[in-house]
Design a protein around this ligand. Structure first.
Ligand code: DAT
Ligand code: MG
Length: 137
């Protein structure tokens, strides 16, 4: 079983779509190994998205992630990293396939409802950024 880090971003939490997204995660056969509703600080958002710090959208990205509560999750499934990215759909919801999380719930490329790790190595880093081992059951 592979693990990935998933996060319901502030836009989707604020819009009341967290429950729908969590239900979909379960319907699609992921096991939720860890989950918590938290507020990410600006400093945490800057550290989490450090790979993007040279991008022109870094300021708006980190301010958005810290703008309201998120739901942080660790998901387990065979090929969980790819399976969750496939379920989320493309970064830009305008390009996301029908019935993906981002097509259903995202407003724009910046406020795009969900995050998913892009590789098993980054998944391990992102999981330990937000969760202690004892929180994963
Ligand atoms: P993903 O979240 O699909 O892994 P990414 O890692 O390339 O996408 O970018 C991280 C986040 O940054 C993305 O979810 C939304 C934001 N972002 C990416 N490209 C952007 C752009 N061109 N304009 C504004 N925000 C952008
Ligand atoms: Mg990414």
């Amino acid at each position: 079983m592979e693990r990935t880090y998933a996060m319901i971003k502030p836009d989707a939490v604020k819009a009341g779509n967290a429950g729908n997204i969590i239900a979909r995660i379960e319907t699609e056969g992921f096991k939720i190994a860890g989950m918590k509703r938290i507020r990410v600080s600006l400093a945490q958002a800057q550290a989490f998205y450090a790979v993007h710090k040279a991008r022109p959208f870094f300021g708006e990205l980190t301010e958005f992630l810290s703008s309201g509560p998120v739901v942080a999750m660790v998901l387990e499934k065979d090929n969980a990293v790819k399976a969750w990215r496939d379920l989320m759909g493309a970064t830009n919801p305008a390009q996301a396939e029908a019935n993906t999380i981002r097509k259903l719930y995202a407003k724009s490329i910046g406020e795009n409802a969900a995050h998913g790790s892009d590789a098993p190595e980054t998944a391990a880093e992102e999981i330990s950024f937000f969760f202690a081992a004892a929180e994963l059951v």
